[in-house]
Every structure is written in structure tokens, then in C-alpha cells.
Write a protein that binds this ligand. Structure first.
Ligand SMILES: Cc1cc2nc3c(=O)[nH]c(=O)nc-3n(C[C@H](O)[C@H](O)[C@H](O)COP(=O)(O)OP(=O)(O)OC[C@H]3O[C@@H](n4cnc5c(N)ncnc54)[C@H](O)[C@@H]3O)c2cc1C
Length: 501
């Protein structure tokens, strides 16, 4: 890039566009940031689960008060994912460290004691098992810690982000980019409907799957993850909540040719069947979906390809969101990658005093690639070892899913079980799932390992006591509905990261 970056144009007003825009503007207030978006083209309208990185981004990195987000975007807390997956009836993947941790009175890491039921292996998993959102302190107040993620309704969340963008001085322009001028520096100008021409020092491509700048104009190659991830469509629907309890987690349920999510909103339950079109037609998928979720009203099919552009930052264009890549939503990671990339771009501009060069862009690209690969690798373990159904799709997954970068972790686990001995060599420090995530999925799916270790009787008893203690704590906890009443009470007060009644 030749000129210092003073003017940034973000193409796209979905969650990627607005998250990128507010991140840049809130951390670098002198930047002139404009969002161009077309209501006619619209936003994707899905993307409702997050990881715990997203609240951290909104509240810790950007400093947006928790109460403001609750008042406007109306998120609900998500403690993790409940998997109806593998031979167990269910298991939980919380955002805490569940199995790769020591416990007083046990000589091995907790994972070695989890052959049988491990529903209450840590406090957060226990809360999930009990359908509770938060523990209860001795004084009766909720213990709201910082290890939760959010469930967000996509359109409501984008509305909140747009209002936040206006508050911090981002310009939003309703228009359609109809043509793109290129030059040696990348993009020279955007030609808008009505004849206007817009230029910038840096273009952030958040145009969704259309990838208007990075993909279409600059022709950056797309690297597919289809040797690992066979699903390429989702049928989505939902219904108005009746008397169903609000669950503090996303449910991921095995289906004949993929899996189905259940995402909890206060007044709505949304479900989606993610499937592989090579194994099931849209009509068959719809039939299976409706049989599993009889309350679903209208449905629509969303097509996608898992993979990413080889480089996210090319010349004067940085792609963020679906324009740069997408990995299917089994771990609800897209908003996390958007936040991480927005932070990395912002840090790059700050560190280079507004004049980023190609060397810096190379590192940004390496960072994004490692995030995409980490997600692909982790999902590989979900697909390769799920023995719950004997359908053509799952047989193909068990036979053919490419473990990619997960292969050394799986090989080590199959020999030695859930030991953290080689954590530093087995796992990328940027990997958001950590060894604990892998072990949870491998233990949860009862993947066997060779070097068995048998717990002495005293330790087995101790482990039963530990789990019983977490179960008791969880049962006395707050449901989501109770927690909502509390945070909405007039005396309720948010402070960074937690809540004081
Ligand atoms: C089935 C499915 C389930 C998903 N579930 C999750 C989940 O649980 N959690 C999660 O984190 N993510 C999930 N995602 C991903 C998530 O939906 C997106 O990554 C996220 O919403 C970001 O979308 P986006 O902003 O990149 O794209 P979009 O929402 O598509 O926004 C694109 C924007 O670009 C604008 N635009 C495009 N072209 C032009 C043009 N020529 N001129 C002007 N404007 C233009 C559009 O108007 C729009 O404003 C899911 C995705 C799919 C497909």
C-alpha cells in the first residue's frame, strides 16, 4: 500500500461489515469509516450462535457496556454445545476447561475418569446438564462469570451494530456497488448505482458470499475444505416459543445426512439442518427436518461452501466475514473469526501508524489461515468419529473425512488418552478450542485409546464426590428465565464482565 490509511470503505452491512467498521472506528477514532450496503441484496439472516470470544470482543476489547447489548440486541447466554452425537445419549462441550485439568485428590487429569458419564465433570457442564445458566452465590445472587457466549438473532444483532456504528461516527450509505475499477494497487474505485464513484485508502470486503472485491475483482483463489467437511446446505426454520424451557446452550443433533442445530431465543426457537447435498435431496432433507422438528413453520435453504480465500489481505483489500471464508456452523465460529480478524486489522493499522505494508499483510494472512485451519481440524474430529447413525453419509464420514491438522492430536490420543504432556507440540497456540476441546469431543464420542489406566478405588470415589458436588451446585442455579428477570430488575447493575443484583 502506498498512502497512509485515512479513509476506509467497508463494503457490506451484515454482521461482518458492521463489526469491522465499529472495531476500526472505536479503536482508531481519527479514521474516516464508511459502510456501503444494499438493503436490496440484504444480509444472510443466519448466524446466531457465538463462541465466548464474541462477548469478550464487544465488552472487553470495544468496551461496549454489557447492559447496552442486552437492552438492544437482546442476546441470551450460551454456555456451550450439547451434542447428541456418538454412542452416549448426550455430552456437553462448555467454554470452560472441562477435562484437560487437574482436580484435587485425583492423580491424573480429569479426562481419565470420564469413560462413564461425565455430565457433571465441571461447573459449567453441570449447569448445562441441569438446564441452568448460572450458579448461585451464598448470598443468593447469580454467579455470572465471563465464560459464556451469546445466542443472537442475526437481524436484531445487525440492527444493534448499525445503531452502535452511528453512535461512534461511522457513515452508513444505502447503495449498491455496480462495478469495481482496478489498478496495480488493487481497487481504484467503486462505482455505485446512480453514478457516484467512491474511493478509499483501504477497502474492507464484507460483501458476504458474493465476495465482490477479494473474490470477484481480485480473483483471490478459494481453498475448499471439502475433503473434511461434506455438508454444503442448510434448511432453516423455527417457531414462536411456547412453554419450552429456555436452554442455556446450543443443541447439535445428529441427522441422516448431517446435523441439526437448536438455538434459543427468548421468544423463538430456531432450528437448522446442515446437510450434504451429495447424500440427500432438498426435499428429503425438508421431510427429515420437519419430522424431527414438527413445530417448524416456514423454511428456506441456504447454500454454502466451507473454505477460505487463500489470502484475506490482498493489496488494498482486506476480506472479513463470508467474503473471506466460511466454515460450516457446527461450532458457530464465524462471528468469532470476524471479531478476531477485525481486531487483527485494527492492531495492524495501529502498529504501522496507519501505513501497513506487504510484510504486515503476510502475517495477517498467516493468522487468518491458522484460524480457519484450526476450525476445520476441530470439526474433522466431530465428523470422523460420530458413530450414532449408520447412514450412507455417516459411513462416508467415518471412512473418508480428512483429519487434516487434527491427525497428530488424534494419533496421540488413540495411543495415550487425554494427556496434556505434548500439548505444546500438538496444538497451535492460536487454536481457540485447545486440547481440552479435542479431548471433550474424543471422550464424548468414546473414541478408544490403547494405554489404559485404571483409577484406584479411592480416586473413583473422590471423582463421584466431585461430580455430585457440581451437580448440587448446578441444581440450585438460575435458569435463563430467572437470570433475565434479575438483569432486567430496576436494581440490577452490570459491571465489566459480570452482573451485580
Ligand atoms: C447455515 C448457516 C448457519 C450459520 N450459523 C452461524 C452461527 O451459528 N454462528 C456464527 O457465528 N455464524 C454463523 N454463520 C455465518 C454467519 O451467518 C456469517 O458469517 C455472518 O453473519 C457474517 O455475514 P456477512 O456479514 O459476512 O455476510 P452478509 O450477512 O451476507 O452481509 C453481506 C453484506 O454485503 C452487502 N453487499 C453485498 N454485495 C453488495 C453490493 N454489490 N453493493 C452493496 N452492498 C453489497 C449486503 O447488502 C450485506 O449488507 C452461519 C452461516 C450459515 C450459512
Amino acid at each position: 500500500m502506498t498512502a497512509p490509511v485515512r479513509r476506509v470503505v467497508v463494503l457490506g452491512g451484515g454482521s461482518a461489515g458492521f463489526l469491522a467498521a465499529i472495531t476500526l472506528k472505536m479503536r482508531i477514532p481519527q479514521l474516516d469509516v464508511t459502510v456501503l450496503r444494499s438493503k436490496e441484496i440484504g444480509i444472510i439472516g443466519v448466524g446466531e450462535g457465538t463462541t465466548n470470544y464474541v462477548p469478550e470482543h464487544l465488552h472487553a476489547y470495544l468496551g461496549i457496556p454489557v447492559g447496552d447489548v442486552f437492552a438492544d440486541a437482546e442476546p441470551l447466554w450460551k454456555l456451550g454445545v450439547r451434542f447428541l452425537w456418538g454412542p452416549r445419549p448426550a455430552f456437553h462441550y462448555p467454554f470452560t476447561t472441562q477435562v484437560d485439568r487437574p482436580e484435587q485428590g485425583l492423580s491424573q487429569r480429569v479426562g481419565y475418569y470420564c469413560d462413564d458419564d461425565f455430565a457433571f465433570a465441571d461447573r459449567t457442564a453441570a449447569l448445562m446438564a441441569a438446564g441452568r445458566a448460572f450458579g448461585r452465590l451464598d448470598n443468593g445472587a447469580p454467579l455470572i462469570e465471563r465464560n459464556f457466549a451469546y445466542h443472537l438473532e442475526n437481524e436484531r444483532f445487525v440492527g444493534f451494530l448499525e445503531r452502535q456504528a452511528a453512535r461512534v461516527g461511522v457513515t452508513v450509505r444505502e447503495t449498491t456497488v455496480q462495478a469495481v475499477d482496478r489498478d496495480d494497487g488493487g481497487i481504484a474505485a467503486l462505482r455505485l448505482a446512480g453514478g457516484d464513484v467512491v474511493t478509499a485508502d483501504l477497502y474492507v470486503d464484507c460483501s458476504g458470499f458474493r465476495s465482490e472485491l477479494l473474490g470477484e475483482a481480485l480473483d483471490e483463489p478459494f481453498d475448499s475444505f471439502d475433503s473434511t467437511l461434506f455438508c454444503d446446505r442448510a434448511i432453516v426454520g423455527g417457531w414462536a416459543r411456547g412453554d419450552e424451557p429456555i436452554l442455556p446452550y446450543t443443541t447439535a443433533e445428529t441427522m441422516n445426512a448431517g446435523w441439526c442445530w437448536q438455538i434459543e431465543h427468548e421468544h423463538r426457537i430456531n432450528r437448522g439442518y446442515v446437510y450434504a447435498s451429495a447424500f440427500v435431496s432438498d426435499d428429503e432433507a425438508e421431510r427429515e427436518f420437519r419430522a424431527r422438528c414438527p413445530k417448524v413453520a416456514n423454511t428456506r435453504v441456504v447454500r454454502f461452501v466451507s473454505g477460505s480465500r487463500r489470502r484475506a489481505w490482498v493489496k488494498n483489500v482486506v476480506g472479513i466475514g463470508n467474503a473471506a471464508g466460511f466454515v460450516e456452523p457446527l461450532e458457530a465460529t464465524a462471528l468469532f473469526v470476524i471479531c478476531a480478524a477485525s481486531q487483527a486489522l485494527t492492531a495492524s493499522l495501529i502498529d504501522s501508524a496507519g501505513s501497513p505494508d506487504a510484510v504486515l499483510a503476510t502475517q495477517f494472512n498467516a493468522y487468518c489461515t491458522r484460524l480457519w485451519n484450526a476450525i476445520r481440524n476441530f470439526l474433522a474430529v466431530h465428523y470422523r468419529f460420530n458413530t450414532r447413525l449408520d447412514s450412507a453419509f455417516w459411513r462416508a464420514c467415518r471412512a473418508d473425512v480428512d483429519l487434516a491438522g487434527a491427525a497428530p492430536i488424534v494419533e496421540y490420543y488413540r495411543a495415550h488418552g487425554p494427556t496434556s504432556l505434548w500439548a505444546d507440540t500438538l496444538i497451535d497456540p492460536l487454536d481457540p478450542f485447545r486440547l481440552d476441546g479435542y479431548f471433550t469431543l474424543l471422550i464424548g464420542q468414546q473414541v478408544p485409546y490403547r494405554h489404559r489406566w485404571t483409577a484406584p478405588v479411592a480416586e473413583t470415589r473422590r471423582w463421584q464426590d466431585v461430580k455430585a458436588g457440581y451437580a448440587d451446585l448446578a441444581r440450585s442455579g438460575f435458569t435463563i428465565a430467572e437470570a433475565l428477570t434479575l438483569v432486567r430488575s430496576p436494581q440490577g447493575q452490570w459491571s465489566p464482565g459480570f452482573f451485580r443484583p
